[in-house]
Design a protein around this ligand. Structure first.
Ligand code: LLP
Length: 700
């Protein structure tokens, strides 16, 4: 392994040009390079740390009157978004200094704003290049950049921000009030990355970590000025652009995307626009904004190829969803029987089930069959040793229709706002019923008296891939809130209802592995109220990767702290009730290309499955990998919107997808579609529901 300095010298040798290593104490022989008209290269930059911001290199290059400043980093240049977050992010080919500076100020370049200013003053061209792809063209910054008018150049996400709002005691805040608010921030050394004043309120956004360090003292100061409200768990998405102070022509598209996402603040920032959203929504908002703002962009003087193309990156999503590559022949044959059609791989489901069943601290795994109630799927999972969690009587009945001998106690019924009759029937069938709120006990005491049941508690904070699927927290309709648990316990005791389990489900598509241990701790806090509780059901929600850059969900990391919990609570059994984790990656949707077209520079690939067959992209902006199965090994040649046949503009399965040259009749595969795919399909536009099939084969 070379040190940075050695790497710099090796590069110097190979290039015959000056190379500066960012690292501390690096020597640079300025005399050697004087008057050579070589480029100065700078490597090892991490951002804007004193030693790593390229300022020294920029000054040296300026002093040497170098031909260029070359900045080497991991990415092959500046991009329209972080490609780890947005697979279709594009390279920015050629920018002027002002635009590059706006990006640097927003924190996207390996070069600090000061270095850019130095280069600009010296009219020194800069090239951003990748050590991993030295042959790639990179981004050039120079005075000769093409002028392509006003517009957004890049999206930047700041993942952890805190929003502090101070309300002035008077109706209209005085200049003095505003000055004092800012002075309080300054006193504590806290920088606001965005501030918006409207009416009596001033809202300031700051880095969550920096805020955390001074929160106590800051809040004491601010509290003396007015009423303070703090919103943690935010993220800021910034639209940074070219001459955006002249207006925001793309703002309408952006506002459209924000529809449906809770937005906490919108403001101007760095000549662009900044939007503060829930941290859990930020990645999705960024992806959707990118699709809206850059989906129609084609390669030209400013916007280059997608980063996937430049880096030769795999577009493959990691995890269990690889089976379909091996079974391509079978799937193509299956598509001959008609499309759209879902196919589920039994071995992949079994493998997911085995992974969870093997977790030492987990005593029971229940399949949330709402994710995919196909009989073949239920059979595979039941045979693998998984119990069931149902949310409607129809789901309960499906279990017993399929498996008449199924032990009722291995079925958990977790209804929400279901009618009385469903509870009566569920008790009659002997399944375990979960009480979601006090209403059912107050309104239907006879249904619950003398029974045993679980109680669903809302631990106060939901999690998940989209606001629609966060099933805890004050705005969600699920569970007994913390302040209501005591009353439910008392009511249950009155009715002689034995509460034997506590249940919580925070949401769906959760990637934070600490979630289930935190849920266990939260539920354990209520144990003193329920002496008969023997089970804590920690819910489902385990995420699966859907993006090529997303890591596989670390099940072991989620389970590990549960072992410690079990050790501290030896009498308790822990249950998990995932849906997605068990079936998502096992399922693919097969569709056939119907029509192709191009309009205003946007290419559309039409397929015979749309939001009727798979609504997740439309409803949640969910990302599903899409490939042309007929030409799986062909090089990508097109960037296209993959759309269905439904009469709504939201009928898009994938934005800006890289596909090979595609023809009518090709089979397209939509991956990671086994959960909430066919289960949420509809006959909208009177299109028939997709067929389904479970593929059996020998296990891996
Ligand atoms: N338990 C309860 C009480 C639930 O409400 C759910 C899902 C689960 C377990 C299973 O969650 P999972 O492990 O599958 O994340 N249609 C959305 C997902 C909605 C999930 C609703 N509840 C989607 O397509 O992402």
């Amino acid at each position: 392994m070379q040190t940075g300095e050695e790497e710099a010298r090796a590069l110097e040798q190979a290039l015959g040009e000056a190379v500066v290593w960012h690292g501390a104490g690096a020597a640079f022989d300025i005399e050697r390079w004087k008057g050579t008209d070589a480029a100065v290269h700078v490597i090892g930059g991490e951002g804007t740390a004193d030693e790593g911001d390229g300022s020294v290199a920029a000054m040296l290059a300026a002093r040497l009157d170098a031909a260029r400043l070359e900045v080497w980093g991991a990415l092959p240049g500046l991009c329209t978004a972080d490609p780890d977050l947005v697979p279709s992010a594009r390279l920015l080919r050629h920018l002027g200094y002002a635009d590059a500076l706006a990006l640097a100020v927003a924190g996207v370049s390996d070069l600090a704003p000061a270095a850019l200013s130095t280069a600009r003053a010296a009219r020194l061209p800069i090239r951003f290049r990748s050590t991993a792809r030295p042959e790639a063209e990179g981004t050039t910054v120079s005075h000769a950049a093409p002028d392509v008018g006003v517009g957004v150049l890049a999206l930047i996400m700041q993942p952890e921000t805190t929003l502090v709002t101070v309300a002035a005691p008077e109706h209209a805040p005085s200049a003095r009030f505003l000055a004092e608010v800012f002075a309080a921030f300054a006193r504590h050394g806290l920088a606001a990355t965005l501030s918006v004043q409207a009416g009596a309120h001033i809202a300031l956004v700051c880095d969550a970590g920096a805020y955390g360090e001074v929160a106590g003292a800051l809040l004491a100061d601010l509290g003396a000025l007015g009423e303070v409200v703090v919103r943690d768990g935010c993220a800021t998405v910034r639209l940074v652009g070219r001459r955006l102070d002249a207006g925001l022509p793309d703002v309408a598209a952006a506002v459209d995307v924000l529809d449906g996402h809770p937005v906490h603040l919108v403001g101007r920032s760095d000549g662009g626009l900044a939007v503060v959203v829930d941290a859990g929504q930020a990645e999705r908002v960024t992806r959707e904004l990118h699709a809206a703002l850059f989906g129609a962009v084609s390669e030209g003087a400013v916007f280059g190829p997608t980063l996937g193309d430049v880096m030769g990156r795999s577009e493959q999503v990691p995890g269990r969803g690889v089976w379909w590559r091996e079974r391509r022949g079978d799937l193509l044959a299956l598509a001959e029987r008609g499309t759209p059609r879902y196919a589920y791989d039994a071995a992949t489901m079994r493998s997911a089930a085995r992974t969870l069943l093997a977790l030492e601290p987990v005593d029971r795994v229940l399949y949330a069959l709402k994710a995919n109630p196909h009989p073949g799927v239920l059979r595979v999972l039941r045979d693998a040793g998984v119990a069931f969690e149902c949310v409607s009587l129809a789901e309960v009945e499906r279990v017993f229709d399929l498996f008449p001998d199924h032990a009722p106690e291995r079925v958990l019924f977790t209804p929400n706002f279901a009618p009385r009759a469903e509870y009566e029937r569920a008790f009659a069938l002997g399944v375990t019923v979960t009480v979601d709120n006090a209403f059912v006990l107050d309104a239907w005491p006879d249904v619950f008296a003398g029974r045993t049941a679980f109680v669903r508690v809302d631990p106060g904070e939901g999690r998940g891939h989209h606001a629609h699927v966060r099933t805890a927290g004050t705005r969600s309709k699920f569970g007994v809130g913390g302040d209501g648990v005591e009353a439910v316990a008392a009511r249950a005791a009155d009715l002689g209802l034995r509460v034997v389990g506590l249940h919580a489900h925070l949401g769906s598509g959760i990637t934070d592995t600490a979630t289930w241990a935190e849920t266990a701790d939260a539920l354990a806090g209520y144990l003193p109220l329920f002496p008969d509780v023997r089970v804590l059901d920690l819910g489902g929600g385990l995420g699966v990767p859907t993006l090529p850059t997303e890591p596989v969900f670390d099940v072991a990391a989620a389970a590990e702290p549960l072992a410690a919990f079990k050790a501290a609570h030896p009498g308790l059994a822990l249950w998990l009730e995932p849906g997605r984790f068990l079936v998502a990656e096992a399922g693919v949707l097969l569709a056939r290309v119907t029509q192709l077209k191009e309009k205003a520079g946007v290419r559309f690939v039409g397929v015979d499955a749309g939001m009727n067959a798979l609504v997740r992209p439309t409803l949640y902006g969910a990302y599903h990998e899409i490939v042309n199965l007929s030409r799986l090994d062909a090089e990508p040649a097109w960037t296209a919107e993959v759309v269905g046949p439904i009469c709504e503009s939201g009928d898009v399965l994938g934005h800006a997808r890289r596909l090979p040259v595609t023809a009518e009749g090709d089979v397209v595969l939509v991956a990671t579609a086994g959960a909430y795919g066919r289960a949420m399909a509809s006959t909208y536009n009177l299109r028939p529901l997709p067929e389904e099939v479970v593929l059996e084969r020998v296990d891996y």
